[in-house]
Design a protein. Sequence first.
Length: 320
Amino acid sequence: MAADLSRDDLEYTSCPICGLNNLEKEFTSKDFLFSRREFSVVRCRSCGLLFTNPRVRENHISKYYFPDYAPYKNIKQSTFIQKAKSILGKIPGDIHLRILETLKSFNAKDVLEIGPANGSLLFFLREHGFEVTGVEIDRNCAEKIRGKGIPCLQGDLNENMREMGQKRFDAVILCHVLEHLYRPKETLRNIYNLLNEQGIIYLTLPNSGSFEARIFGKYWLGFDLPRHVVHYDTETIGAVLSETGFHIDKLEDVPDPSFIIQSMAYCLFKKGKMPGKLYYLLYYPLKLLGPLFYVRLIGSSVMSIVAGKIKRANKDAHRR
């Protein structure tokens, strides 16, 4: 269904990382999920960053997060699919297990998740003994999380820093969130201040330099226009983390079959949607085999990053 959206909700912007206007147009694609509206992606000639430009103004972007936007909803599935998920969720590569293992390896106890959406990771971590807090921009999701006994501030992190007070965390998690943020450097600097000295930031986000992104081009799920406003690759994410006070400890490919399958759907199906049975027929074999085969051969659309804080003295020297 096409949305009734006007062109006056767009704005041109300079590069969100280096601030320069040395830009070249890369391609035009469209919002395959909801509005079918076209948007352009440009590259900064100065730092190499890809980003959506013009982009939807921040105070209008909520119109593009429709009620059935997948991260926000609790999906009702058949008994067969639920059983399959319960089994396959325990294999290596499952994102919740990856995060759990990472947090344990750093002896993290107190965890903040930015953009928890439906709260599934927060609930999972609480079940495993962590103290968890959320910051979620969607009001309904934030209320549901609070309704299950987990502290969750509603709104943008940058607007909620005063509410955080003196609270500090062992780990801050952003799963498929950074690419949505209009002021990524401000958010990362605030995260730096919220972390204990030995704290870590854990990120998952699409890799626009991946093999899958190059193969599918404008049909690649990872662009997700206009909701994704910045499109990082390994070099540009490394640069922005370094500039905001972090050093990367680990960068890995994360198996996520949904990127291959949904990108195929955008290419092959008029409405960009693959029949449910066909989707899961492809998804679960790839989910099972991904960590063993295709990720090792061609990498993945998704990267995970664990980064620690650069110590203050080193950080000041780095800025000079």
